[in-house]
Write a protein that binds this ligand. Structure first.
Ligand code: ZN
Length: 436
């Protein structure tokens, strides 16, 4: 009896706005329609902004978009005035459980429960700054804490952004997901999942999916932040990458590949991954392959800029600071080449350890690399939704989509920095309070 009551409660909570329902699910019956008015609207699909506009919302869905005269008499109106209204932002590369520069030491010190609480706080902070959807690029907890954060949000216990992604970053022994600073006699559990050889790869991919990962994340090359490895080295063999893609594909789970070295980028594309993360040293051939195969590229520029500008007083992060200072200018040029070649580029921040307020800087970085402000906005909205396969529910302001909206003061087409000044957030038709 108690079990039945609990099941019924879960079913009721699961219908909360944080759960991405299928595109054809109806709005909640009986919900009143509200109208959000703004002076400028960027819908994520059109290449032009509209002037004074209204968005009609019933329940968690957008039901109409147009001039203010579409608002029926007697409708509750939220008039935001001189703002630009945009689709909720989508971050394709986030690590909410990572909370400081000493993230691998933190991993050893913090329980899974504590990481879950910190991660919940982090994703709620992201939401306040307009990030209504996050794809987690693997995270630093053996027990999948962030997938439980997602579950708690989806069940309606907490308000938080829509979450999707990988349980862990999968790494070779001695790679970016391993603890490489401990003495050989210490038997530590790494922050990533360690797999060597095709059979172990198959096993960890199956384990990830068993515990709820809806993406697989591979550290194909070394990393910038971890101790004891180099982003210029390719770690997995082509056979191992192919095995991961094949195994994930059996369950219709896509693969994201962390790849800095040019050779690693190409091996991952040829193996069939859906997205390339970072791509710091991508070459012309890699760019051509991404275009040919329709692979999404998720550069993460602003995290490097953050460390270049702010440095770090943590010794293990000096590698990140030094490498970013050495490589960042050429990296921005390579991203520019990819933009001009027509690669599908989604926005990713590599969030982890700094204030969520900094995340929207990535839009400005994409503009610095060569995008128009409108292209950068689309990278962080519509293109992100397409990379996720969620274009039926988020990423644009259009009838039938979930009512995830962000407003910023000013005009981001004139000043892309306006996206760092979010004044209003709506998630699934509900206004998110801005205060602490
Ligand atoms: Zn990352």
């Amino acid at each position: 009896m108690r079990h039945l009551a609990f099941t019924a409660l879960c079913a009721a909570l699961a219908a909360s706005p944080a759960t991405p329902p299928a595109a054809d699910s109806p709005s909640r019956p009986g919900s009143p329609t509200i109208a959000v008015l703004c002076n400028r609207l960027i819908d994520g699909a059109s290449d032009r902004a509209s002037g004074r506009s209204a968005v009609l919302i019933t329940g968690d869905r957008i039901v109409g978009v147009g001039k203010p005269d579409i608002v029926p008499k007697g409708t509750e109106v939220i008039d935001l005035g001189d703002v630009t209204l945009l689709p909720g932002f989508i971050d394709l590369h986030s690590h909410p459980l990572i909370g400081s520069d000493s993230y691998q030491v933190d991993h050893l010190k913090m329980s899974s429960a504590y990481k879950a609480l910190k991660g919940l706080h982090a994703v709620q902070e992201n939401l306040k700054y307009g990030w209504t959807t996050l794809r987690i690029a693997g995270d630093a907890d053996v027990y999948y804490a962030h997938l439980d954060v997602r579950r708690a949000i989806d069940e309606g216990m907490f308000v938080g952004p829509r979450l999707t992604g990988a349980g862990h970053y999968i790494s070779v022994t001695g790679g970016g997901g391993d603890i490489n600073f401990a003495a050989p006699e210490q038997h530590l559990i790494a922050d990533g999942l360690i797999a060597d050889g095709v059979e172990e790869i198959r096993k960890v991919v199956r384990t990830e999916i068993k515990f709820g990962s809806d993406w697989i994340k591979l550290l194909v090359t070394g990393a910038f932040m971890s101790t004891g490895d180099s982003p210029g080295d390719v770690h997995f063999t082509p056979e191992e990458i192919r095995a991961a893609v094949e195994e994930a594909g059996r369950r219709r789970v896509p693969v994201m590949a962390h790849a800095h070295a040019a050779e690693g980028v190409k091996q991952a594309i040829l193996a069939g991954v859906r997205t390339i993360e970072h791509g710091t040293f991508v070459d012309d051939e890699g760019i051509k392959l991404m275009v040919e195969r329709g692979v999404y590229f998720v550069p993460t520029i602003s995290v490097g800029t953050w460390y270049i500008e702010n440095g770090s007083n943590v010794p293990e992060m000096q590698k990140m600071v030094d490498l970013s200072r050495k490589t960042q200018a050429d990296y921005v040029k390579r991203v520019g080449k990819a933009i001009h070649a027509g690669v599908k580029i989604g926005l990713g921040t590599d969030f982890g350890g700094y204030n969520a307020e900094h995340n929207a800087r990535e839009f400005a970085e994409l503009v610095r690399a060569g995008m128009t402000p409108m292209q950068a906005i689309q990278a962080g909205t519509r293109v992100g939704s397409e990379a996720l396969g969620w274009q039926d529910r988020v990423g644009t302001i259009a009838p039938g989509k979930l009512a995830d909206l962000v407003a910023v003061a000013g005009d981001p087409l004139a000043d892309i920095g306006a996206l760092e000044r979010v004044s209003f957030v709506m998630l699934g038709g509900k206004v998110i309070p801005r205060g602490r």
